[in-house]
Unconditional design. Structure first.
Lengths: 274, 501
């Protein structure tokens, strides 16, 4: 059920298309963050409106990914829409608005962040979405509340699996055991929200033919890099049996090209655009 | 009659010649001390009176005035005891001291002479002002004997000094002795003991070669402290000039402990609770040297950088730029050297697990934000190299480490430093922009660095920082010109955290 009043900044209603909420922990692992970003990017590129909560971690990555996919994204906030919480996301909020997205909230302007408001916000998020995808959630995570709300509202609830060693995937695995849809890539989500015909690069598979050809010719280094799990320069040097200095120099050159980027202490391959 | 004896007043690392005049004259019985003496000097009256009596000498029964000249200088410390006692005794004897003599030392009540801080600095200053014969406490004789052209006489007690001055028994002189530098310095922490850590090894070598500051970032237990401790071992031993400077700082702090010259580079690792004065220098009266000056010529290691008092870290900025620190206190302004390589270490977050693939970080987002903010800003902007240290796999720890030893790395470092000193007279880390243009032309790689600066955003400081590091990388390779690979590697150590999320 949508709340009676919805306060909005930006474009409302969003353009037609399926709406998918991508939610998860505020303190994800690098894996969860990478999955969230990539998934949102592919969904947005396929015309999905990506909904999330503007929080740190998975939420922020989902909004960033949607923007990278040149899509429209909606941030459902637990404060008034005139405030941005957390404040580190002020720039992200501005980018969301600039890209034709919206900030929405059931709370009046000027409402500060309050503990009790966020569960309500999670409910609103589920109400606005056709499907809820939980990327990483530990036990008792707020993202699980969004999933519960989704169930109560008869929305599709899906989850991304993780490592069985990771405490941050416990909630997701619980959801999967309870019958949530399995998300391995954007196609899994699109099938559920009725956009299965979209052709997509599979995020967890090796790069497409076009990409591989381009990489092989340019730099063998890229073949050893993943676009999901970052690898440090030292690890890569060991794999390639190259000196550390040379590896770092080559990675930096690729970074300047835009085919590699840093995440935390490691490097990720940037998937080639088609 | 008035007897006048020469001694020395310390003002930071400088010594000023002070004349101590004693006059026993007719008048009401008393001991008057004039000449802007502070409480520690005023106390000398009691020590001097007892020491003179207990040395079998006569203490004047008339009005006794002791003047410390020039009167405008604020006097502190206990080093004036011996010269005061000598001046009083000579004034009674009606003789001037021999020409070219000077005296330093504290007196015990029984007349024995005790060590005082700063004798090395005083000896150098006095020798420069024409003093030829210096009487010092036995405990300070070794440091005074480092000064060439000075006859140093270790004094056991006041009576022995007076016997020498009366021409009865001469005090033997300590020979001028400059310790030989050791051929191969022993290495406390050897890089050969480090498992893996290619990134940090390389960064340490570059930091040592070019005098660049370094930030090690990684989870607890990754070996950041061990790596930092390895840095002195890959630096060349101190030169004589540098060793003398280290000795001067130790001398003023009274920490020479009988070993006048040490050739190993200092390694200081103050706890993160250190105050601004403790780190930078300070204290009442004339400021004393802080950790940054004790580390001068060596390594200053700040573990848990984000836990340090922000004011203390802010105060590091000027010394990092200038290689020295100037401190003003009520009693005057002093300048101490602060030419150290800064090695800072930090965890990714307070609990240490942020960004780990499996373990969960337990820090709240607010705490994390504060922590990372403490690590940003102008201080980090002055650090040339940043590397991540990863935890080595446990099975690697039980196997034999395969890395190079510190001695091998040191040879490359020494060669690279030699090339820099021959070319420009200083290390690359200390080159100013004008020096960079003159001695480290970018040539054909300029467009690469400029492209990065414009596309990825580099501050002017960041631009020069990459440039300096690139020059050091070229020096390590004996390359005459900076090549593209040097600039690319240097950019790989840069500091931006924008993508780190």
């Amino acid at each position: 059920m949508l709340p009676r009043d919805l306060h909005v900044r930006g474009r409302w209603p969003p353009p037609a298309g399926p709406r998918v909420a991508v939610v998860g922990s505020r303190r994800p692992t690098p894996y969860g963050e990478a999955v969230s970003e990539r998934l949102a990017q592919d969904l947005a590129a396929a015309g999905v409106i990506v909904i999330s909560g503007l929080a740190l971690g998975i939420d922020g990555a989902a909004h960033r990914g949607a923007l990278a996919g040149a899509g429209c994204t909606v941030a459902v906030m637990g404060t008034g829409v005139d405030l941005v919480y957390p404040r580190q996301h002020a720039e992200l909020a501005a980018r969301i608005l600039a890209a034709g997205g919206a900030l929405v909230s059931e709370f009046a302007d000027g409402t500060p962040p309050r503990r009790g408001h966020f569960p309500k916000r999670n409910w609103t998020m589920a109400a606005l979405a056709d499907a809820v995808v939980v990327v990483e959630a530990g036990e008792g995570s707020g993202a699980l509340l969004t999933a519960e709300a989704g169930l109560a509202l008869s929305k599709e609830v899906m989850a991304v699996p993780g490592s069985v060693f990771s405490p941050l995937s416990v909630g997701c695995h619980q959801l999967l055991r309870d019958g949530a849809g399995l998300v391995q890539n954007a196609r899994d989500v699109l099938a559920v929200v009725g956009r299965s015909q979209e052709v997509l690069d599979d995020p967890l598979q090796p790069p497409s033919r076009l990409g591989l050809a381009a990489l092989g010719g340019r730099d063998g280094l890229l073949r050893h890099l993943s676009d999901v799990l970052p690898l440090t320069a030292a690890e890569l040097a060991r794999k390639l049996q190259l000196g550390f200095a040379e590896t770092l120099a080559r990675l930096t050159a690729l970074e300047l090209d835009g085919s590699v980027r840093r995440r935390g202490e490691g490097f990720l391959r940037v998937p080639p655009r088609e | 009659m008035v007897a006048s004896v020469v001694s020395c007043l310390l003002r930071g690392l400088e010594g000023r010649l002070v004349e101590i005049q004693a006059d026993a004259s007719v008048g009401k019985n008393g001991f008057f001390l004039v000449g802007l003496a502070d409480a520690s000097v005023k106390e000398a009256r009691e020590r001097v009176r007892s020491a003179i009596r207990n040395s079998g000498l006569e203490f004047p029964k008339q009005r006794l005035t002791v003047n410390l000249a020039p009167a405008v200088l604020h006097k502190e410390g206990s080093g004036f005891d011996l010269p005061m006692a000598v001046a009083i005794a000579l004034s009674l004897a009606g003789r001037p001291p021999p020409d070219g003599t000077a005296f330093l030392g504290e007196l015990a009540l029984d007349g024995s002479v005790r060590a005082v801080p700063g004798v090395l600095i005083a000896a150098q200053a006095l020798a420069a002002q024409g003093v030829e014969d210096l009487f010092v406490p036995e405990g300070n004789a070794a440091e005074a004997a480092l000064v060439e052209g000075l006859v140093v006489r270790p004094c056991p007690d006041l009576a022995a000094v007076m016997r020498h001055l009366n021409g009865q028994t001469a005090l033997p002189a300590q020979a001028w002795a400059l310790p030989e530098p050791p051929g191969e310095a022993p290495v406390d922490d050897d890089l050969a003991e480090v498992h893996g850590q290619e990134a940090a090894r390389r960064a340490l070598e570059v930091a040592a070669a070019g005098g660049h500051h370094l930030l090690l970032s990684g989870p607890p237990g990754a070996g950041k402290t061990m790596l930092a401790r390895c840095l002195p071992g890959i630096l060349p031993p101190l030169t004589l000039e540098e060793a003398m400077e280290v000795a001067r700082i130790s001398s003023i702090l009274g920490e020479l402990d009988g070993v006048p010259l040490r050739w190993t580079r200092p390694f200081r690792s103050p706890h993160h609770g250190v105050s601004t004065s403790g780190l930078i220098g300070g204290g009442a009266g004339v400021a004393r040297p802080g950790e940054i000056s004790r580390a001068s010529g060596g390594v200053l290691f700040l573990d848990e950088l984000a836990e340090f008092n922000p004011a203390a870290l802010q105060a590091l900025r000027q010394p990092l730029e200038q290689g020295r620190v100037t401190i003003t206190r009520t009693a005057g302004t002093v300048t101490y050297p602060a030419r150290f390589i800064l090695v800072a270490a930090t965890n990714p977050c307070p609990c240490g697990w942020a960004g780990d693939h499996l373990r969960r970080c337990r820090c709240s987002p607010g705490v994390l934000d504060l922590y990372q903010r403490a690590l940003s800003g102008p201080l980090l902007d002055r650090i040339d190299l940043r590397v991540n240290v990863t935890r080595p796999p446990l099975q690697a720890l039980s196997s034999e480490p395969a890395g190079e030893s510190s001695a091998v790395v040191r040879q490359r470092v020494v060669a690279a430093r030699g090339r820099q000193l021959a070319r420009q007279g200083c290390l690359n880390g200390a080159l100013r922009p004008a020096g960079l243009r003159a001695h480290a032309p970018l040539g054909s790689v300029r467009p690469l660095l400029e492209r990065w600066a414009s596309e990825r955003g580099l501050t002017a400081r960041g631009f020069h920082r990459c440039w300096r590091v690139a020059r050091t990388l070229a020096d390590l390779e004996e390359a005459p010109a900076i090549a593209e690979r040097h600039v690319l590697e240097a950019l790989g150590y840069r500091l931006d955290t924008s993508d780190a999320a």
